[in-house]
Design a protein around this ligand. Structure first.
Ligand SMILES: *Cc1c(COP(=O)(O)O)cnc(C)c1O
Length: 386
């Protein structure tokens, strides 16, 4: 059976070049970067090389502005908790959006328990935050704004540059979760005007369990880990050298491949969207233009996304749905609900996220398999198409 992986926003396969680098730093050059001997020096060189590659990828002017973490979740936590703790004497108000990843939303909720106030701005039907609304939410005690660069469920790109402009005039720190954006669109911290930016290895053809946080020079954060003086006191713990070296290689390959990768993904995305919109009752979620080139999120009226997933899985196609199983009950995605979608439509949503390894044949295969699955489920459905 042909197997087609269309869940790159959940995780990506490791790039062969990245796997080779990881292997080297596990088996041959396994030293601790804090050691004085040759083994340690080799590890330290890998650390420096990777920091430079990641800095280059996001347009940071200095390599020291990059701190390595255990992934996107930790980067988001360090950015938000670290900034909140460092600035709590100035104020205790944070602005974020209703469509953030849970690594941001739940971190903000944890801070609410600690006496912070959080304003969650909403989005329009395409999942876009209005920069005006963010500006209006700014108060005298606002210390941080955290708005993602691109959404992991519907692929909508946020107007982070505009949001950051208003914030910087008021000396408010701006964090952006760029985990989904980094592998497939140019990302530049100067163009964006952000102070903090999160990325994750396994969403960019690197390994799981490693990520990075860009911290603009001069930005004070309180470390959330206590121990040794690693990462200039910003993140204690022996560095994950194989993971970090792999992340560095993933950053280097992304820089090399990005123009081609973007074009390739856009072509496949257009083909898949055009094919799916021919199916009766299928609606494209998210923004038509301000969108990641790899995201195709649809809703199909009157059927369950979970049932489509199972049907696709039986045919060797891996995708994901817009629902999450929380305590045994299927909860429609907070992102789709924030976009004003009904529970019923949100339950009928399906996310297909493309990657560098997908081909046109993969897309044509999906366009053969998926429409009959939707038809079959609809025949069994107790609902009527509105
Ligand atoms: C995957 C993801 C994260 C979490 O990253 P991990 O490395 O899996 O912890 C955070 N934000 C977004 C937008 C993501 O897609």
């Amino acid at each position: 059976m042909r197997r087609v992986y269309l869940d790159h926003s959940a995780t990506t396969p490791v790039h062969p070049r990245v796997a080779a680098v990881i292997n080297r730093y596990m088996l041959a050059d396994f030293g601790n970067a804090s050691s004085i001997h040759e083994f340690g020096k080799t590890a330290q060189q890998a650390l420096r090389w990777s920091r430079e590659r990641v800095a280059e990828l996001v347009g940071a002017s200095e390599a020291d502005e990059i701190v390595f973490t255990s992934g996107g979740t930790e980067s988001d936590n360090l950015a938000i908790k670290g900034a909140a703790a460092a600035r709590k004497d100035r104020g205790r108000h944070i602005i974020t959006s209703a469509v953030e990843h849970h690594a941001v939303l739940h971190t903000c909720e944890a801070l609410e328990e600690d006496g912070f106030q959080v304003t969650k701005v909403g989005v329009d039907e395409y999942g876009r935050v209005d920069p005006e609304e963010v500006s209006e939410a700014i108060r005298d005690d606002t210390v941080l704004i955290s708005i993602m660069l691109a959404n992991n469920e519907v692929g909508t790109i946020q107007p982070v540059t505009e949001i950051a402009q208003a914030a910087r005039e008021r000396e408010i720190l701006v964090h952006t979760d760029a985990v989904q954006a980094v592998p497939q669109m140019p990302v530049d911290v100067e163009d964006l005007g952000v102070d903090l930016l999160s990325l994750s290895g396994h969403k960019m053809y690197g390994p799981k369990g490693v990520g990075a946080l860009y911290i603009r020079r001069g930005t004070r954060l309180l470390s959330q880990e206590h121990g040794g003086h690693h990462e200039k006191g910003r993140r204690a713990g022996t560095e994950n050298i194989p993971g970090i070296a792999g992340l560095g290689e993933a950053a280097a390959t992304t820089m090399e491949e990005l123009p081609q990768r973007e074009k390739h993904l856009e072509r496949l995305q257009r083909r898949l969207i055009e094919g799916l919109l021919q199916v009766e009752g299928v609606h494209l979620n998210g923004h038509r233009r301000e969108r990641l080139p790899n995201n195709v999120s649809i809703s199909a009226a009157a059927i369950e996304g979970e049932s489509i997933l199972l049907g696709l899985n039986a045919e060797g196609i891996a995708a994901s749905s817009g629902s999450a199983c929380t305590s045994g009950a299927l909860e429609p995605s907070h992102v789709l609900l924030a976009m004003g979608m009904s529970h019923e439509m949100a339950h009928g949503s399906l996310r297909m996220t493309l990657g560098r390894d997908n081909s046109q044949e993969d897309i044509d295969h999906v366009l053969e398999i998926l429409p009959p699955i939707i038809d079959r489920l609809r025949e069994m459905s107790p609902f009527e198409i509105q």
